[in-house]
Ligand binder design. Structure first.
Ligand code: SAM
Length: 205
């Protein structure tokens, strides 16, 4: 039992994509189901009735609530499933299509918590995987460099991963790609980590 618990605790966590969208979907689902539930338990007719231009309109609000609740709930659950399992499976399928030599220099622009970055690093021997990001938390839950480093450590590739934070002044991915291809260090990078040495002392942020 304690083995299972420590396995879960040590499993990489690549976060929840678009957390506010997921939250809004569940709020929508709850409100929709509440509308329907109030009718189901006899608190109201479930109909919205009004008159306009001498015409009588009857809108089945409870039924609309049920449909909205079901759709929003399904999408919310699907987004959680995709963040926790689906995208990991897709990562493996995608990276397995590449004929790796192990010597590649990989750049992951917008690496977030390191999903693709760590997946690529696992296929390297002498190569290195560099991740750059601005770590927006609206794109990914608890999105920061320390989380990517921690995932690299949990997947046993921390020494093959390097992370850089893009400063606020220049957030254009194309410019970063250009610097990287030229083999030069962009002045807009702030180096946040040199895994795993600094990880033990102070997680990058
Ligand atoms: C949906 S997340 C995906 C993260 C990761 N690649 C994954 O698959 O889990 C998108 C990431 O792109 C980053 N991002 C958005 N705009 C960016 C920019 N202009 N430069 C670098 N990173 C950016 C966000 O901070 C976020 O981490």
């Amino acid at each position: 039992m304690s083995d299972a618990i420590s396995k879960v605790a040590e499993a990489p966590d690549y976060g929840l994509d678009a957390p506010s969208v997921v939250r809004n979907l569940f709020v929508g689902a709850a409100l929709g189901l509440l509308l329907w539930g109030l009718k189901a338990f006899g608190f109201w007719s479930g109909l919205l009735i009004f008159h306009l231009f001498g015409l009588k309109f009857v809108i089945p609000l409870a039924l609309t609530g049920l449909a909205t609740g079901a759709v929003c709930g399904f999408l919310g659950v699907w987004m959680v499933y995709d963040s926790k399992l689906g995208k990991l499976r897709r990562r493996e399928r995608f990276l397995n299509r590449i004929a790796w030599t192990g010597r590649e220099q990989v750049l992951d622009v917008g690496c977030g918590r390191g999903l693709m970055l760590v997946g690529a690093a696992k296929r390297l021997s002498t190569g290195k995987a560099t991740g750059i990001d601005i770590w927006q938390t609206e794109d990914l839950s608890d999105n920061h460099a320390g989380a990517a480093l921690e995932n690299a450590r949990r997947e046993g590739v921390a020494e093959r991963v390097d992370l850089k934070t893009i400063c606020g002044a220049c957030r254009s991915p194309t410019k970063h790609l250009m610097w990287w291809f030229l083999g030069r260090r962009s002045p807009t990078y702030i180096k946040t980590s040199n895994a795993p040495r600094r990880l033990a002392k102070s997680p990058a942020s």
